[in-house]
Design a protein around this ligand. Structure first.
Ligand code: GLY
Ligand code: MN
Ligand code: MN
Length: 439
């Protein structure tokens, strides 16, 4: 397993962060789609980050309070021909040690009876409450039994902490291997966007474009879409999480595509492009597109060490607001409109989020009052937009919207790496100039 040393390095850091706390990190379960059919398996990102083990049900223990050789324990589904013939290969207990470098491995069914011994002597338990339906009752039962003992002076864990405290700051900063994976995800996603724009014509169904994009992800070796692809023609673009993708594409309307590929290592792209279906912007569409593009380019310039997500958002908002004032769609000074949020009927989301193993990746954005400063190796999206529809009421005192602007929804989204030098736009192969959007 050539990548195992990457996971080993992460485990070493995690064990160090844990101090004398014992962590229980479960894998994901299969999720029912309907009847006895399941969705394709998607590993829990925390578990994946630490193990590289891509099977459901497993549980990893990280035990810094135990001696060498007992610090990383994997409970896994046993090899079983009758199950594997239906659902595919399992690594099994021996391979968890030989291939995935667990110190010790046990069959999953041993977890309830072994857990107490492994938790004994740890100061705290590190486990995410509310997420692991099957494992949580077992953990709480074992813990409460240990607490019973503590009244007799035993050394048992006294508090429960969320793994985010220890793990998510590690996941927030990407190393060079992760950056390479994110670059691949962004490249595959960019290529798919380019292809989609090429083949889009009025009269097609949104679903056909979704098919082209997602086929392209698979053709290029990706695992599939990182999230429900948004293929939104005309007014559908004003619905931020539109995923119905089943309307006809019309002449003189725009198509907004928000789609990204997930790689086999679960790293994600998240790209949005918006372009005219017939290859030519109307003057209103062009005017809005120019504003969003200017806001995005200005915001990307702020993706630098020492800056922060709040500042990036503010840069984008100020340019959007300025442009909308110029077009008569907002009224007032930039400062007062921004301060009072009087632009939010036209721009109602934040300008970006961390990107990594989760599309909306883990990691804090602020610590109390203080925004987290960007550091080299962090990756985030920059995705301003303008959405003009009747869905959100115009605030009192702001101009009512003429029909010619209605149902224009435009977002432009790139994936950007913080470097010590200048912002590195991982998704730059997806074009976005006005000229590139037209044909
Ligand atoms: N595609 C989800 C997002 O842009 O945040
Ligand atoms: Mn995004
Ligand atoms: Mn997106």
């Amino acid at each position: 397993m050539k990548n195992q040393r990457i996971y080993q390095h992460r485990r070493d850091r995690f064990l160090q962060e844990l101090g004398s706390s014992a962590a229980i990190i479960p894998a994901a379960q299969l999720v029912t789609h309907h009847a006895d059919c399941e969705y394709p398996f998607r590993q829990n990102s925390d578990f994946w980050y630490l193990t590289g083990f891509d099977e459901p049900e497993a549980i990893a223990l990280f035990l810094p309070h135990r001696p060498e050789g007992e610090k990383y324990i994997l409970f896994v589904l046993q090899k079983e021909a009758s199950a594997e013939i239906w659902n595919g290969f399992r690594w099994g207990v021996q391979a968890a040690v030989d291939h995935f470098h667990a110190d010790i491995s046990f069959p999953l069914c041993d977890f309830p009876k072994k857990l107490a011994d492994y938790l004994y002597g740890a100061e705290n338990i590190v486990f995410r409450i509310g997420k692991h339906r099957k494992v949580e009752p077992l953990v709480l039962k074992v813990w409460s039994e240990l607490l019973e003992k503590s009244s007799r002076g035993d050394s048992v864990p006294l508090a429960l902490t969320d793994p985010a405290v220890f793990l998510h700051k590690l996941r927030l900063k990407k190393d060079s291997w992760e950056i390479q994976r994110l670059r691949e995800a962004a490249l595959i996603s960019s290529n798919a966007h380019e292809l989609a724009r090429d083949i889009t014509r009025a009269g097609m169904n949104e679903r056909q474009i979704q098919g082209v994009i997602e086929k392209s992800f698979l053709d290029q070796g990706g695992r599939g879409p990182a999230y429900g692809s948004i293929v939104a023609g005309g007014k559908n673009a004003c619905i931020l999480h539109y995923t119905a993708n089943n309307a006809l594409l019309k002449d003189r309307e725009l198509l907004l595509i928000d789609a990204g590929c997930s790689t086999n290592d679960y790293y994600n792209g998240d790209i949005t492009r918006t372009f005219p279906i017939n290859g030519k912007f109307t003057s209103e569409q062009r005017a809005i597109y120019e504003i969003v593009l200017a806001a995005q380019n200005a915001a990307i310039k702020y993706v630098l060490p020492g800056q922060n997500a709040e500042e990036i958002h503010l840069q984008a908002v100020r340019i959007l607001v300025e442009g909308l004032i110029d077009l008569g769609l907002l009224k007032g000074s930039i400062d007062s409109l921004v301060e009072q949020g009087l632009y939010r009927h036209l721009y109602m989301h934040r300008t970006g989020h961390w990107l990594g193993l989760d599309v909306h990746d883990v990691g804090a954005y602020r610590l109390g009052e203080y925004p987290i400063p960007l550091e080299e190796g962090m990756v985030l999206t920059v995705e301003p937009g303008i959405y003009i529809s009747d869905l959100t009421p115009v605030p009192e005192g702001q101009p009512s919207i003429e029909e010619r602007w209605k149902n224009i929804g435009i977002r432009i989204e790139d994936d950007v790496l913080v470097t010590c030098d200048q912002p590195d736009v991982l998704s730059s192969n997806a074009l976005k100039s006005i000229d590139d959007m037209e044909r």
